[in-house]
Design a protein. Sequence first.
Lengths: 471, 385
Amino acid sequence: MPNEITSPIIEKSWDIIVIGGGNSGVCAAITAAERGCSVLVIDSAPRDMRGGNTRHTRNLRVMHDEPTDVMTGRYSFEEYWEDLMRVTKGVTNEHLAEITLKSSQTLMNWLGERGVRFQAALSGTLNLSHTNAFFLGGGRAMLNALCRHAETIGITFIYDAEVTDIELENGFCEAIDVEWQGQVLQLNCKQLITAAGGFEADLDWLAEGWGDAAKNFLVRGTPYNKGKVLRVLLDRGAQPVGALDQCHAVAIDARAPKYDGGIASRVDAVPFAIVLNKNAERFYDEGEDFWPKRYAIWGRLVAGQPDQIAYAIIDSDGVKRFMPSVFTAITDNSIEGLANQLGLNPKLAKKTVDVFNAACPDGPINQMSLDGKATNGLTPEKTNWSAPISKPPFYGYPLRPGITFTYMGVAVNDRAQVLMQGGKPAANLFAAGEIMAGNILGQGYLGGVGMTIGGVFGRIAGAEAARVLNR
Amino acid sequence: MSLTDNIETDGFDLKALLDPEAAGEVIRVMQICNACRYCEGFCAVFPAMTRRRQFDEGDVSYLANLCHNCGACYHACQYAPPHEFGVNVPQALAAARNDSYAAYAWPAPLAGLFRRNGLFVTLGVSAGLALTVGLMLAMIAPQLFWGIHLGEGAFYRIMPHTMMAAVPLAISAFVLVSFIMGWRRYWNHTGAKWGGFPDLVDAVKASATLRHLGGDTSSRIFSGPGCPTGDDGSSNARRIYHQLTMYGFLLCFAATSVGTIYHYGFGREAPYGYFELPVVLGTVGGIILCIGTAGLFVEKRRLHTAVRHNEGLGMDYAFIVSLFFVSFTGLLLLVVRETSFMGVTLAIHLGVVYGFFLILPFSKFVHGLYRFAALIASAGEARRS
């Protein structure tokens, strides 16, 4: 039965309902409301945990022609394009990618005018000062500012509200079912914008792409992105895009929480360490490139190892070379002792370290450049920063794949309309953010591009939905 | 076992000045923050944190006294409750900060006065008031006390100048020694280093503008977002009221100093004319001090419950209220100085002032001392890094 809380939501005939209260959803809602639409935003998380993965973000990747007060140098379309093509290896919808990159230019000012504050990049920011604009206080502060603005222009938010179904016939959405305040409500709207995120918090769904390995994954992202809205859209005939196993996956501390560990769960030891699998063998070039450029491949690498576990081992010289992590390293005065503590075979671990040490070149390493200090005759080779692990005490960090967000989603066109099977766009159904990021991010990752896709397509979806209503 | 049990909070250099639980919570939280660093643009606390990999008790005290308790980092925090990391930096630092006041108090046996500080400050100021008024009533003939006195030296017909000056002189000497000792204890405990004059200049600038209560270190004086009022708004009100209080206090202090110079330098006795420097300074200072303290009182009550440190509230309120009465009774004296209420108002004003200054080293006033020291250290660290 409707009550005094639920009735104003049910009885109102909303111009636009936005499912998902993160960056893309709120950008869409604001854009539509500024054009005179009545807008309801539904978030499945409680208010304190609102906004999906936006809470864990920190910056946007922005094209800019000249230095700004928060970004250095110039980041041209061409450079941005090359970066995107390199990481995705061309698995992208080039038309949508071009729109994203070009629209990124105005996104920062648009957000700034709506109360979002930016800061100059300081420490711990993976050297992104010429490509990325950093939110003062990070993504949650950014979202707080946006939501505050949204509320002042009359947008209604409901939290702890789960969309269970979308009535979608021939690409036309009639109504949605929402579980809220202990009731299942049917809400009507003229236009529906889905900005409900990916399915990273549904381990069973991840297992469809990854097999049993998925059960050993940690989810760095929000526990509320279970992909329920994405599932409904696909079941109701939306056209999927992207591969099931593509996602942003980094190697994080195995002791991090199962869900929601965010940035602090990261371990930056890898380039100055050697990384062993559970058989105490190295399996990849730890020094292939600067960590910011290799950060996002190690989740996948660890996922490919037995039991999806690995161990970074480093000595007391190396441990000073990277940002401290939340979890204190496991420490021992001998490699065998450390191996014992980590659950590795001490003899094999010692042998791997000895062989590595013997293959290291002479002289100090230089972490500020690709110093070419490569191992000699080792497989796999370590191509930079190879220094013997010889100075006790020794430190170990257990690593697991940490999934931030998934790429598989619904296909959209350049108006952010959801494409149905066969390629026809849905009449009044739009998508923005993670749920459609796979159109642009077929694979790989570029720091801050997720927020850019969300902001750009959120604004497109909001504007297009309002346009259909002649606003 | 909680998931943050792996976060090391023991093994730090425990000089046992701070409550281990309060210091331990700061260390636990800082270890999480140091792996995140999203808040580094808010204030000086986070850059100071990033210069450290490990935190000892001195670091805890340093960071705690650098924090202005604006709350921006709490509302921006992805790990704030209900997240299982349960990060609440302003609360953790406030607890340690309150603890540090007692830790550095001199004479040390009186450190306990920081425990139930609201009560103590109230009693202290009241005792000063009662004693002064009582003594004057007992010692001065009623017709003199309730008489009308005009012209130069009018005040001193109620209380001889020597006595009026001797009491605060004795109090000031005690307060000064206490501050110097407290400062030394703080400086040594936190391992602060004197880096030269530029650090001092920077600390003065930061205090003069209250730079770190703006919610954005890079912002100009009042262009910053200010302190959050929950996660849905922010305001510069606290920053403005604090500065009114501080500058009001300094102006009143200047009024007294100028009056002293008039008295001894030029042989001119109070009360002075309404448009003479000591009165102008005191009047302007008194008015903005009243507005500032009243505003701080309101803002303190409006502070978000997650950010407000309830154990410290008594100390905060008692200090704000007694400072309000110091300036209010001073203004009142100006209004009634040519009436028969001058005697009693002078007695009350002097009583409140004596009481207030006597308990100064054991009141919230010391926050200014340690914060200023922390700002000097922070400026030096920033310059050297």
